[in-house]
Design a protein around this ligand. Structure first.
Ligand SMILES: Nc1ncnc2c1ncn2[C@@H]1O[C@H](COP(=O)(O)OP(=O)(O)OP(=O)(O)O)[C@@H](O)[C@H]1O
Ligand SMILES: N[C@@H](CCO)C(=O)O
Length: 350
């Protein structure tokens, strides 16, 4: 469980009252998550999640919170953040907004920047079937399209620049074969990022961390139905293909071996393509982006594992999983076991 910062009942009560939600009736630290402190907060007006940001500051947070609001207002099922009625929403062009200007969705709790968002119903499906993957694929494509006119710009802060900065920090902890893999994959990804095919990839705001534990499905319905996706705190402007690769590397992977599951991948890709067919450049670079997405989480897990932070309830993720996924992706250069027909963009299991 990750509660890095303890929140007193009275302080949370003061926040929800200020936001016009009535008195707090219950507050409970949430199991799971490794980045932020999360609590379930029940109030007279409904169920919410209180997040205290442990690493991110007021420079980055307005992007995530405003993106969630933007998506929610476009009918994408994401938790809407609750605004402080005392703070005037900022108008005008986002680039003209001063970096430290107050954001109506950003609060302060226990000395940390904090947000209160709606609690989604349902539960995560940790053993997804092709039908769950299809639901996710459709939603991902709708989300990419709905975010296209989101006016703020912020890079993916866990993108290539961060990999280049962080690899030297974790390399001293690695055995020789792992260090060689990390160095060579980083060189490959720097090379890919300079290519004209990469420059041609469509891009926009992406979630960038949409693992199966960041989505909720309705409970007790015959067919899988997503009730929403959450945890946008790694979102940023990047290629849509990278977002798709992050999802494929989690939703369509056999967790014990790191092997690709062709049926789940085909379902996810086909559903995505029914909403937004992939471009030629995307089809060409899917294998490289699957490697990039594996590298991203291998590095962040190594970083969290070898340079841990204090937490009263914390379970670090296993870095060796993404080392296995990366080796699998590099061994099978065709990437997922699917072929995507050039004319329709429709993937099929190979
Ligand atoms: N809006 C929400 N609705 C319902 N449950 C939520 C919501 N936000 C968070 N949760 C619950 O809290 C848990 C932890 O949240 P989250 O995954 O965002 O943690 P984190 O530490 O911020 O991120 P990470 O997944 O990057 O470790 C989730 O697994 C989920 O059970
Ligand atoms: N989804 C990430 C954790 C949060 O970034 C992982 O599984 O490593």
């Amino acid at each position: 469980m990750a509660v890095f910062t303890e929140v007193g009942f009275d302080e949370a009560d003061a926040l929800v009252r200020r936001l016009g939600l009535g008195p707090l009736t219950a507050l409970r630290g949430i199991e799971g998550g490794i980045e932020n402190t999360n609590y379930f907060a029940s109030t007279a007006s409904g169920e919410f999640v209180l997040t205290l940001f442990e690493r991110l500051g007021p420079e980055q947070l307005p992007y995530y919170l405003c993106l969630m609001k933007h998506l929610a207002s476009r009918g994408i099922p994401v938790p809407g953040p609750v605004a402080d009625p005392a703070i005037e929403p900022l108008g005008g062009h986002p680039l003209s907004i001063p970096v430290n200007a107050p954001c109506e969705f950003l609060h302060r709790v226990a000395g940390k920047p904090a947000a209160l968002v709606q609690r989604l119903e349902g539960r995560s499906e940790l053993a997804p079937t092709p039908a769950h993957c299809a639901e996710l694929g459709r939603l991902l494509a709708r989300m990419h399209q709905a975010a296209r006119d989101f006016p703020r710009i912020q890079p993916n802060l866990r993108g290539l620049a961060w990999w280049n900065d962080t690899a030297p920090v974790v390399l001293p902890y690695l055995e020789a074969p792992q260090a060689a893999l990390l160095r060579s994959e980083l060189a490959y990804q720097n090379h890919i990022a300079e290519s004209s095919a990469y420059a041609a990839l469509p891009r926009g705001p992406i979630h960038a961390d949409l693992f199966r534990d960041n989505a909720m499905f309705a409970i007790g319905e015959a067919a899988p139905r997503l009730t929403g996706v959450f945890d946008f705190y790694f979102a940023g402007t990047d290629t849509w293909l990278f977002d798709l690769a992050v999802c494929l590397n989690d939703w369509a992977i056999d967790l014990p071996t790191g092997r690709h599951d062709a049926l789940r991948a085909a379902a996810l890709l086909a559903a995505y393509a029914t909403v937004r067919p992939l471009t030629g450049a995307e089809r060409a670079l899917l294998p490289a982006m699957l490697r990039a997405a594996a590298l991203r989480f291998w590095i962040s897990r190594l970083w969290d594992f070898h340079l841990p932070r204090e937490a009263s309830m914390l379970k670090a993720h296993d870095p060796t999983h993404f080392e296995r996924v990366l080796r699998e992706r590099s061994r099978a250069p065709a990437g997922p076991l699917v072929s995507i027909s050039a004319d329709s963009g429709e993937p099929q299991a190979a």
